[in-house]
Design a protein around this ligand. Structure first.
Ligand SMILES: [Zn+2]
Ligand SMILES: [Zn+2]
Length: 220
């Protein structure tokens, strides 16, 4: 099964890459760009690594086998990371999810209206207790313990510093933005309870996390 999955998904990614390179990136991304699958990647759906090789900007994408476990996730994650790769290779810079990244994300959505709005975070990352946020670009990473040495580790997108956010996230696993979500719950719990007075606490929390997910989708 795993083998089959791997084969199918490798085919899927290479087909999608060819398509998007044509329709979005004007065939300017190198055809042989490295896009690999990593089964140990658990905290994010994918990432894009940059380097300079003989003065040339090269990028490599890794996708998480465990997080990208359906075709939509593969597609959405791939396109998100391709936008990072394009910023590095075509615009020759890193800007996290800044204006250059947003330009490519918008272009992706214009060329492919069938895609969901490309968001800054991979909303479905496996949840972790502690979230570190880049103070420059807002990129977030999760850790299961307070293990990140913020004096050493810098953001892979913009080399900014990380900062530990708020309190540990809830078990509901609302990923990535536990503090914003907590605030959202605080503001909306009362009214949600009023309009759905027969709901149990758990159901209200489910409702709120749905609303929150929709809201953050619209915001980004
Ligand atoms: Zn990103
Ligand atoms: Zn950053």
């Amino acid at each position: 099964y795993i083998k089959q999955f791997k084969k199918n998904y490798e085919e899927l990614t290479s087909r999608l890459f060819k398509l998007y390179n044509e329709t979005i990136f004007e065939k300017k991304l190198p055809e042989d760009m490295s896009i690999t699958w990593n089964k140990r990647l658990l905290r994010t759906a994918g990432y894009c690594a940059y380097k300079r090789c003989h003065g040339k900007h090269v990028a490599r994408i890794e996708l998480s086998t465990k997080v990208c476990d359906n075709a939509e996730r593969v597609r959405d994650t791939l396109i998100h990371e391709l936008c990072h790769a394009a910023v590095w290779m075509l615009n020759q810079r890193t800007d996290g999810h800044g204006p250059y990244w947003k330009y490519w994300a918008r272009k992706s959505n214009l060329s492919h209206p069938e895609l969901p709005i490309i968001s800054r975070c991979h909303n479905y990352s496996i949840s972790t207790k502690y979230t570190y946020t880049c103070t420059q670009c807002g990129y977030q990473i999760g850790r299961h313990s307070k293990s990140l040495d913020t004096t050493k580790k810098v953001c892979g997108h913009c080399h900014g510093r990380f900062e530990l956010m708020g309190t540990p996230g809830s078990k509901e696993g609302t990923p990535r933005t536990p503090n914003k979500f907590a605030l959202f719950v605080k503001e909306n719990y009362g009214s949600a309870k009023k309009t759905n007075s027969d709901f149990k606490h758990k159901e209200i929390m489910q409702l709120l996390s749905q609303q929150f997910a929709e809201k953050t989708k619209l915001d980004s």
